[in-house]
Design a protein around this ligand. Structure first.
Ligand code: AHR
Length: 515
């Protein structure tokens, strides 16, 4: 491949990342909680039942926010079932994942776990089967200091101090037919507005995310965002986006191109939100919460991998095993998020443990890192700071990506995909400029030449690469370190110039010192 040129300047930035961009998500789903983060009796579990082997991997990932309790689950959830003495909590049928919910883990356990992990909680309220009343009661239970029935109930449950949860989701994917009590945009918009209003009457400091479309392939996409924001514009801070990329067609070139559709999705939702603002002649800007994103397909349309018969407790469902090409597409998604840091102010990798997750566990056994663990860790630990504008001159290829998750197959043409997808983040405190670079060529090395104007005297701190000649290679309990990043030796730095040769089909992270 010919040389790929990149130019950037220290003065020209897209925006500064919000800490909430590096979030994740834990749902009452399969073994995400039970047998994942929470497993009383596990050799590494503490008195609360929190697995410390999982906790130490979570600390490596450094997620900043955690969304809970769903997901589809929240649309049938009675939050009252998950608080108070454990032995009195009811068992319920969970219609989202066709399993039995024991409610041994609930809101207070979640908030304790977040405190232990140093993570900001993001609570979702049920706007499927329930509404504004249950939502404002949950806010009062969590955040009101004392002196009311609900705040005193929390205190009697053992949590004297208010939890102070600031960031809330107004339901989940209510546009989807799979959702328990799905809604039209009109129905949901009105309900979300009323819920938002009374939740903020209980606690004025809340920040709220209203549901956007479940995906860009949804037939109501666009009109849904517009209608919902017409109802909620004055009451919410964020609108949500969800994307799961796939390689159903076994077309890896198209799969690696598909993160570019996330860029389009983000830019379209910004346009719609700003059009709603424009109609009001408002300078207010609704921010984007990309609160579900990942690769997910093998366990998505395969019913046996999605639900199991007999209403099991914590069944092993959605246990997607990620390979190298998944990690590359995933890295592309990280770059898309960084390059929209001005408007995507929150994001959640869906999910954290076992169910479509970077961390896998065996119940009673060890925990290990999936391939996607690595790009998320790089993104989360090195992606904080000013995201710089880049000018990229790369050869391109054409692809056609299929997203069959809507009512019918939807083909998205991608006529001009640059082989290089890149983001550059400057952390002035760490005196660090980090380049995240995905080479999407499946056959060719990519000779990269980058000029970082305004940064004289760059030094190389470290350079890592995730690459494997076997794109289907995975990590497993038996081989937990089969796929790990290795040093990228080809980087040369001189003055403001960086040169490197990126292997075919590789994820690369180059950390530079700035003076
Ligand atoms: O993350 C898995 C599921 O995907 C979530 O429960 C739902 O919101 C989405 O459809």
């Amino acid at each position: 491949m010919r040389q790929v040129d990149v130019r950037l300047h220290s003065d020209f930035a897209i925006g500064t990342t919000n800490p909430r961009l590096f979030g994740s998500f834990i749902e009452h789903l399969g073994r995400c909680l039970y047998g994942g983060i929470f497993e009383p009796g596990h050799p590494t579990a503490d008195a609360k039942g929190f697995r410390h082997d999982v906790m130490s991997l979570v600390r490596e990932l450094q997620p900043t926010i955690m969304r809970y309790p769903g997901g589809n689950f929240v649309s049938g959830y009675n939050w009252e079932d998950g608080v108070g003495p454990v032995e009195q909590r009811p068992r319920r049928l969970d219609l989202a994942w066709m399993s039995t919910e024991t409610n041994r883990f609930g809101t207070n356990e979640f908030l304790d776990w977040c405190r232990m992990a140093g993570i900001e909680p993001m609570l979702a309220v049920n706007l499927g089967t329930r509404g504004a009343d249950a939502a404002r009661n949950l806010v009062e239970y969590c955040n009101h200091p004392s002196g009311t029935a609900l705040s005193d109930m929390r205190r009697s449950h053992g949590w004297e101090a208010p939890h102070g949860v600031k960031f809330w989701c107004l339901g989940n994917e209510l546009d989807g037919h799979w959702q328990i009590e799905a809604k039209t945009a009109e129905e949901y918009g009105r309900l979300a507005r009323e819920a938002a209003k009374v939740m903020k009457w209980v606690d004025r400091s809340l920040e709220l995310a209203v549901c956007g479309s479940s995906g860009r392939y949804m037939p109501t996409y666009g009109r849904w965002e517009e209608t919902v924001l017409e109802h909620t514009f004055d009451h919410v801070e964020y609108i949500s986006l969800h994307t799961y990329l796939n390689n159903y067609n076994a077309d890896t070139a198209a799969f690696l191109a598909s993160p570019d559709l996330m860029d389009s999705f983000i830019e379209e939702v910004i346009a719609i939100a700003d059009a709603v603002a424009a109609r009001r002649r408002s300078s207010r800007r609704i921010m984007l919460s990309f609160d579900e994103w990942n690769v997910w397909y093998r366990t998505r349309r395969n019913r046996a991998a999605r639900v199991q018969p007999g209403w099991p407790i914590a069944p092993p469902i959605l246990e997607e095993i990620y390979n190298v090409e998944d990690a590359l597409a995933f890295g592309g998604m990280c770059i898309s998020l960084l390059n929209h840091a001005d408007r995507v102010r929150a994001a959640c990798l869906a999910q954290l443990v076992n169910a479509i997750a970077p961390i896998m566990t065996e119940t009673g056994g060890p925990a290990w890192r999936q391939t996607i663990f690595w790009p998320f860790m790089h993104f989360s630990r090195l992606g904080r700071g000013r995201v710089l504008r880049t000018e990229i001159d790369s050869p391109t290829y054409a692809a056609r990506y299929n997203d069959p998750n809507g009512p019918e197959d939807t083909f998205f043409p991608l006529p001009s995909v640059p082989y290089l997808k890149l983001a550059a983040v400057h952390d002035p405190d760490g005196r660090r400029l980090t380049l995240f670079a995905l080479n999407r060529s499946l056959t060719d090395e990519l000779p990269l030449r980058l000029d970082a104007m305004g940064y004289d005297g760059l030094t190389l701190k470290q350079a890592m690469q995730l690459h494997d000649t076997d794109l289907k290679a995975i990590n497993s309990k038996a081989h937990p370190d089969r796929v790990t990043p290795r040093a990228l030796d080809s980087v040369r730095v001189s003055g403001q110039r960086v040169e490197a040769t990126l292997s075919a089909a590789s994820w690369n992270v180059i950390e530079l010192g700035t003076s």
